[in-house]
Design a protein around this ligand. Structure first.
Ligand code: G16
Length: 560
């Protein structure tokens, strides 16, 4: 492509998607995320970058998803997906940030410099899959992405409104046809097909009921489940709420993030005592469960930690049953993991645990070091990944094992097919959870009673510049501003951990702070022996952040 023709397409596209703001934007925990009206030029440029990334990957398909996931309706965002369906390689995040922030006048020269830096062969074909969530700002942003792809002579393919994990799945399938068919229908065939295969062989018994209530967060995940619901042949009776009608707003007082952080049930739902409820987030990549007690007063939350422990223990049982004892299973969490879950995993399940920084990109990579890597953030974002060795060992047992071993191996193979291994996926995770509960004849109370969570609280603090906070040790230590960690330690030491069963290293409350990579806030997490103490510790730490890191606006309170 001669430079002169590049100039024409840049000039043309710049007229359509000009940079209208000087606000600096950074590739965060999951891509760029901010107010939708500040994003059009960013998304156009990510269309350009996706083409370069595809060329650097020998023409393999790259994904570009327009979504702000759990954020409220006025926000939007864009995430890039690498050829194996995983998040964009971290070394490219800096390049993405540079391209997003350069002035229109420098766009052409900067793009030229990036082409040289990444050594992109501009003669190669490039392919970009584009999807979007249900936000009213998404179609315009998706059009900007298409223009960016076309500007560099790549080939865009639009998937319209899909969940983020469906797009990850399609990208993976396009580059590896052994994984499945790269369409939404291909996703249903594989994931839902595997669920139905398993369930047809499992009797419904014990306390398990096939009725599941679902909070769709007024986003795309609920809509897709409404499509799937009709094909479940009675294996699961989905009763769906918050599908976006009746004035329901995306993620507003509903959805996985609201339920997890506020520890309250979502609005817009009929609450039935003891009924199992699954809550998705806005783009269908997170899942938490909950149920109300007998008088519908107290909610019992089953978050990402609970899903991780449920899946890990089940998979471990199946691996034992099929005699694949040499496969190494491991679990990956973040600092948000409830201390009681970590204790249960290490002491009771005897599974090794790794703690990494927030962001599924970090968890995913850590999980790949195991034969079977289960990773979940407490917020409900996670999945299971299986190594090639694990898959071939299980396949061999399904052929050569004795009757019992073959049965367990076949179940596991279906379980693997039901798993979206590319990224956390609320729909795939929901089917996995339902399978385990059904296989064990358990209701939500059995699941909840596996171990007792430590009371915890999360808060948000708005500060002038959230990057004034930096952290180390998987975000468990705050390294700046100076003195803040010492203050957090001092505050935490005044509380009891409630972990008498743990080593003395854990005899005080626990708290940490970190800048969010998806919202303009600092997040605060606290854990202690009672809800009152956890709330109080969180409020005190939030106050310390407000005072020492340039708090603005209202002072933080627990009711946030
Ligand atoms: C994204 C990431 C998650 C992360 C969450 C919150 O989720 O994919 O890994 O936990 O943001 O990140 P932060 O605390 O940095 O704001 P989602 O569901 O919003 O895409």
């Amino acid at each position: 492509m001669p430079p002169s023709s590049l100039r024409v397409v840049y000039a043309f596209a710049r007229e359509m998607h000009p940079k209208t703001t000087d606000v600096f934007i950074e590739y965060g925990t999951a891509g760029f995320r901010t107010k939708a009206n500040l994003l059009e030029h960013v998304v156009y440029r990510m269309g350009l970058l996706a083409v370069l990334r595809s060329r650097c990957k020998n023409g393999r398909t790259i994904g570009l998803m327009i979504t702000a996931s759990h954020n409220l309706e006025p926000d939007n965002g864009v995430k890039l997906i690498d050829p194996d369906g995983e998040m964009l390689e971290q070394s490219w995040e800096e390049i993405a940030t540079r391209l997003a922030n350069v002035s229109d006048n420098d766009l052409e020269s900067t793009t030229g410099e990036i082409i040289k830096q990444v050594n992109a062969d501009m003669a190669l074909k490039a392919s970009v899959y584009i999807g979007m969530d249900t936000r009213y700002t998404s179609p315009r942003l998706a059009a900007a992405a298409v223009h960016g792809v076309i500007a560099l002579k790549g080939t865009p393919k639009e998937f319209g409104i899909v969940t983020t994990p469906i797009l990850h799945f399609c990208v993976k399938c396009r580059n590896d046809n052994t994984y499945g068919t790269p369409t939404e229908e291909g996703y249903y065939e594989k994931i839902v097909g595997a669920f139905k295969n398993i369930r047809q062989k499992l009797p419904v018994y014990g306390a398990y009921s096939t009725t599941l209530h679902v909070d769709g967060a007024n986003g795309v995940g609920g809509k897709k489940l409404n499509i799937i619901r009709k094909s479940l042949d009675g294996e699961l009776d989905l009763v769906l709420f918050n599908l976006g009608g009746n004035g329901g707003k995306l993620n507003l007082n509903c959805g996985a993030d609201f339920v997890k952080v506020s520890q309250k049930p979502p609005v817009g739902m009929e609450l039935t005592p003891l009924q199992r409820v699954a809550s998705l987030d806005g783009d269908g990549d997170r899942l938490v469960y909950f149920y109300m007690d007998e008088d519908c007063k107290n909610m019992h939350l089953l978050d990402g930690d609970r899903i991780a422990t449920l899946l890990a223990s089940f998979i471990m049982d199946q691996l034992k049953a099929c005699g694949a004892r040499d496969l190494r299973i491991g679990l990956v969490q973040t600092a948000y993991a409830n201390g009681a879950s970590t204790r249960y995993i290490t002491d009771d399940l005897k599974i090794p645990v790794t703690c990494v920084k927030t962001g599924v990109k970090h968890l995913h990579h850590a999980a790949l070091s195991y034969d079977v890597g289960v990773y979940f953030e407490a917020n409900g974002h996670g999945t299971v990944v299986y190594s090639d060795t694990a898959k071939s060992v299980i396949r061999k047992i399904a052929l050569d094992g004795d009757a019992e071993e073959r049965k367990a191996a076949e179940l596991l193979l279906n379980f693997i097919d039901m798993t979206n291994e590319t990224v956390g996926d609320a729909i795939s995770d929901l089917f996995m959870v339902e399978t385990v509960l059904c296989a064990r004849g358990h209701d939500a109370r059995h699941w909840y009673n596996t171990y007792k969570d430590l009371p915890c609280r999360q808060l948000k603090v708005t500060v002038e510049d959230r990057n004034a906070i930096s952290t180390a040790d998987a975000e468990r230590q705050c390294t700046s501003p100076a003195g803040l960690q010492a203050r957090i330690d001092e505050l935490s030491s005044a509380y009891d951990s409630g972990r008498a069963f743990l080593s003395s290293a854990y005899d005080s409350g626990r708290a940490f702070v970190r800048p969010s990579g998806t919202e303009d806030v600092v997040r605060v997490y606290a854990e202690a022996d009672s809800q009152h103490s956890a709330d109080k510790l969180a409020a005190e730490v939030a106050q310390a952040v407000y005072d020492m890191a340039g708090g603005v606006g209202d002072r933080p309170t627990v009711s946030e």
